[in-house]
Design a protein around this ligand. Structure first.
Ligand SMILES: Cc1cc2nc3c(=O)[nH]c(=O)nc-3n(C[C@H](O)[C@H](O)[C@H](O)COP(=O)(O)OP(=O)(O)OC[C@H]3O[C@@H](n4cnc5c(N)ncnc54)[C@H](O)[C@@H]3O)c2cc1C
Length: 715
């Protein structure tokens, strides 16, 4: 906490302590006022403005310091100023006092609370940003919530001060009028209890809940409104139609069939989608072959004199296809048909909220369905760089049909796909230049993590050009050039093939979204709510087409929510949970992450502590000649609670599973340290990272006592 905050906190505590020490509360009682009423009324008659000003100032101070006394003061206000002026003065004084308390809580505590509990408060913060005024209005009206608690708690949220002010003034008005009115007959009031009758309490509660109910009704009407221009069929052939048989669509259909729903899965191209055919599977197969070559080149490190590997690139690419073919049955029509899914080959188009047209070899048929899940995936993005389209660049869709190794390969993009493939092709012998306009590769990772990958790439002969923007592609005398700009200077590189890997864009056109008016978000994915519903509550989207992640495991994770919400949402709906999302980039060294890294934590204002364990120290890594990399763990300061972990090194993606499980189930570093890990394994790195954390948090005082105890035992 800063000095200014500490001073302010001390001042507030001193004022509150003085209030109780001098027993000032006796001046804020009905009895005291009744005894002094005649004198106060006399003063008011001769000095009305001064009375109002003094009263206003005292009220603001009481409310601002969260002192007890606001209720008797309101009654007194009614007694002195009458209903109209009493209400006006108290409404402004109470709101101003509340806002001061709100600002004090915000100034003194909010930053430390948000940075300490920011990860837990994220959902609350989002809720406040979206619906804060509604919540506050309800809290102000429902008499069960104490006035001063609301002021302090709201100060800790991101609610805007002006919003707090006006919603408070409006929300407190009804209650103020009731108390001021009661105060006009103060002589009849014996205690504070009887002022709010049970009937009034219920009315206030209903008034408070009303905005929430109204919002719910408006949302329901809106949801229904989108359907008005469509004719709903009297009955449906199916419970669910799924568009796209990639990772998201397959899992959706699988779950639907498992719970005995009638489900149809439509695929226009190949079952398995990108992951099987052009993504995870072929890329990992290619990476394996390239790694074999790198091991052969490193033969001296393993004690061999020499190793020569002869290979034909076309055969390597055929092997990649063999791997795809071997995995294919997992995603095949046969397998899914046996599971109870109706699989149709053809192009799907949503023709109404309850019908999908499928155009295949046998013509077009229309299916009626209660629910639709869009799982149409994404495709490589080709940026509008002059000359790029014309040279027909390679993408992650087309690179798998290459059978001749390009001599010079330019790779546009320093993200996971560009990096994995750049390293593969360099290992096969292409002269690879990788171009990235940002300052480093794998920009989502912390800088030193990116550096580890970049250093290895450069050591393997890849020319990495960061901070270089691709401006143009030129063909001169049959020679292709990529024109780059770096700090205002232009340069060009010659290439034979160019791989464009600058991101993937969701497939959102050509299958009915435009006609139905289903909106696309700023990130150009299908817009969904937290239940993965589009504007039509019976049409869902999941996987790459919905974002925000573009991984097979997140597509499958979302698919569960889409399927369950579509089929059982009338009974219970689940919000898609993105709290623990892991991923890996399968470069060498591999980079795997779950939760926060330093860059994220700083951006989100979350306090953290870092523990690093260098894998160069690990016995198994040394034995394997893979003694490099790091396990980097972020924890809550002073606690073993894991906020995130990044692992760089051999099999990082596999090693990370321990941290993913720990975060998912709320286990801290102490639990990882207390788990037996097989010796000698790479997985021990996780335990040693936990050990490094423990050493940094050892109980120094206790150890000093232990030292004395042992000395005493020796004496
Ligand atoms: C080179 C590369 C490597 C990758 N490596 C990994 C990795 O290691 N790990 C990882 O987790 N992720 C990886 N990914 C990402 C992963 O492949 C995707 O996140 C995943 O495939 C998304 O699945 P999906 O079901 O959302 O989309 P897709 O797999 O794209 O499936 C969508 C399907 O919908 C079909 N379709 C679209 N429109 C229609 C229509 N109108 N009618 C009928 N069918 C339609 C398409 O033909 C397609 O088959 C990689 C991607 C690439 C490109």
């Amino acid at each position: 906490m800063t000095k200014a905050r500490l001073l302010m906190l001390a001042a507030i505590i001193a004022l509150i302590a003085a209030f109780f020490f001098f027993d000032l509360s006796r001046y804020f009682s009905l009895e005291y006022f009744k005894a002094q009423q005649a004198a106060i009324n006399d003063f008011y008659t001769t000095n009305p403005l001064a009375t109002a000003a003094i009263y206003f100032a005292i009220y603001v101070a009481v409310a601002g310091l969260s002192l007890p006394g606001a209720v008797p003061m309101t009654l007194v206000g009614g007694a002195i100023f009458g209903l109209l002026w009493g209400t006006v003065i108290i409404s402004f004084a109470s709101t101003l006092g509340a806002t001061l308390a709100f600002l004090a809580a915000r100034f003194v505590l909010r930053d430390s609370i948000q940075s300490r509990f920011g990860d837990k408060l994220a959902a609350i913060n989002t809720g406040i940003a979206k619906d804060g005024p509604f919540y506050l209005f309800t809290l102000r009206l429902v008499p069960a919530f104490p006035f001063f608690v609301i002021n302090l708690v709201m100060g800790l949220t991101p609610l805007r001060t002006w919003t707090f002010y006006w919603v408070s003034q409006l929300g407190m008005l009804a209650g103020t009028i009731v108390y001021v009115n009661a105060g006009t007959e103060i002589a009849k009031i014996e205690s504070l209890r009887g002022i709010l009758s049970p009937g009034l309490i219920i009315s206030f509660t209903l008034l408070g809940v009303f905005p929430l109910i109204a919002k719910w009704i408006v949302n329901s009407i809106k949801a229904r409104k989108v359907y008005t221009k469509w004719n709903k069929p009297a009955s449906f052939d199916r419970n669910l139609v799924v568009i796209g048989a990639g990772s998201a669509g397959l899992v959706t259909a699988y779950i639907a069939a498992a719970v005995k729903a009638k489900v149809t899965l439509i695929e226009k191209h190949k079952m398995g989608g990108d992951c099987l055919n052009t993504g995870c599977v072929p890329s990992k197969a290619l990476i394996r072959s390239a790694k074999f070559l790198s091991h052969a080149r490193r033969c001296k490190e393993f004690g061999m004199k020499s190793a020569s590997v002869d290979f034909d690139f076309a055969e390597v690419m055929e092997r990649v296809q063999r791997v795809v073919t071997t995995v294919e049955p997992h995603d095949s029509t046969e397998r899914y048909s046996n599971l109870g899914v109706e699989c149709l080959t053809g192009e799907a188009k949503i023709s109404s909220p309850w019908s999908v047209e499928v155009t295949g070899a046998g013509g077009t048929q229309t299916l009626t369905t209660r629910n639709i899940v869009i799982a149409a995936g994404a495709r490589p993005f080709i940026p509008p760089i002059p000359g790029l389209q014309e040279i027909n660049p390679l993408t992650s869709d087309t690179i798998w049909s290459l059978r001749r190794l390009p001599r010079r390969l330019a790779v546009l993009g320093g993200g996971p796909i560009g990096s994995e493939l750049a390293q593969c092709f360099a290992r096969f012998g292409s002269e690879v230049t990788q171009v990235e306009m940002l300052p480093r590769l794998l920009i989502r990772e912390d800088p030193e993590i990116s550096q580890m990958v970049m250093r290895r790439f450069e050591a393997e002969g890849i020319k990495v050009l960061v901070n270089h923007k691709a401006k143009q592609v030129l063909v001169e005398n049959g020679q292709k050039f990529l024109v780059l700009e770096n700090e205002g200077r232009e340069s060009r590189i010659a290439f034979d093939e160019l791989l464009c890997a600058v991101g993937r864009v969701a497939n959102t056109s050509g299958y009915g979204l435009e006609e139905l008016g289903i909106p696309v978000s700023k990130t150009r994915t299908v817009e969904t709510n937290e239940f993965l519903q589009t504007v039509y509550p019976n049409i869902y989207a999941c996987g790459d087409v919905a974002g925000p992640f573009q991984f097979t495991h997140t597509a499958a994770h979302q698919a569960w929510y889409a399927a369950v919400n579509a089929l059982f949402g009338r009974i219970r709906k689940f919000k898609a949970d993105y709290s623990v999302i892991p991923w890996a980039t399968f470069t060498d060294p591999e980079v795997a992450r779950v939760g926060l890294n330093e860059q994220d934590a700083r951006e989100q204002g979350i306090a953290y502590e870092v523990t690093n364990y260098g894998i160069d120290d690990l016995d198994r890594a040394i034995a394997d000649e893979e003694a490099h990399g790091v396990v980097k763990v972020l924890t809550v300061p002073g606690k073993d609670k894991i906020l995130g972990a990044t692992i760089v090194g051999e099999h990082a993606g596999d090693l990370l599973a321990e941290y993913v499980g720990a975060m998912r189930h709320g286990l801290g570093l102490n639990k990882i340290l207390g788990t037996i890990h097989i010796y000698p394994t790479l997985a021990e790195a996780n335990k040693y990272a936990a050990g490094a954390w423990k050493r940094a948090h050892q109980p120094e005082k206790l150890l000093r006592w232990a030292k004395r105890y042992h000395a005493w035992m020796r004496a």
